[in-house]
Design a protein around this ligand. Sequence first.
Ligand code: PLP
Length: 233
Amino acid sequence: MSSRREVLAEGLAEVNRRIGAACDAFGRPRDDVDLIVVTKTFPRSDIDLLAELGVRDVGESREQEARVKVEQGGLPPDLRWHFIGQLQSKKAAAVARWADVVHSVDRAKVIARLARSAAESGRDLTALVQVDLDPTPQPGRGGARPDEVRALVDEIAASGLRPGGVMAVAPLGADPREAFEHLAGIAEEVRRDHPTARMISAGMSADLEAAIEFGATHLRVGTAILKERESHG
Ligand SMILES: *Cc1c(COP(=O)(O)O)cnc(C)c1O
C-alpha cells in the first residue's frame, strides 16, 4: 500500500521524466517548459501534498470549487492558481479575485469583466486567449476562432490585463501534432504584436510530448499525476 503522497510523488516523477525526454528529443531547454498540475475534482489535501513536493502551479476549471480551495489559505505564497475551464461571463469577476492566470479567454465581454474585477481588487492578472483548433467547431466547447485571436489579445492589453499568449486543447480525434503546429503559428503572430505574450499553454496527460515538440511553454497535466480520485468509501 502506498500513501497518497507516494502516489503523487511517483506521478510527478514520471511526468517530469516524460517532459525531460521530450525536451531532449526536440531540442528544448527544460527551463522553457512549466508544468501546471491540474487538480480539478481532487481534494484540497492533494494540493497541500503537491505543494510540499515542490509544485507551484495548479490548474482548476470550476470557479466555485477552486475558490473553496483557495480560501482555506495556508499554501505557499508563491503558489500560482491557473483557471483553465470554460469561463462564463457571469463567473469572470469571481475568477479574477483569486486566479493569477486565466487560460480560457475567448470573448470581449469576459475580458472587460476580468479587467474590472482585477482592478477593483488590485490584482495583477495574466490572460491567455483560448483558441478553438477544431476545423468543424463544436458548439459549447469554448475557444475563439483562429482569426479572432489577435484582436482579442489587443483587447486584453488595452484592458489593463497582462497578455500572456495562447492556449488550446487538441481537438478530439485529430492528430495533436497538427493542432499544436497550427497553435505555434498563431502564437508567433501574437508575439509579433505583443512581444511579452510568450506563453503557449498546450499539452495534457496524453499529448504533452507533441505539445513540447511544437513549442509549448506551459503543460496542463492532471490524470498522469493524480491518477484515480481517492476513495472516500
Ligand atoms: C482537465 C484538463 C486538463 C488536464 O487533463 P488530463 O488529461 O487529466 O491531463 C488540461 N486542460 C484542460 C483545459 C482541462 O480541462
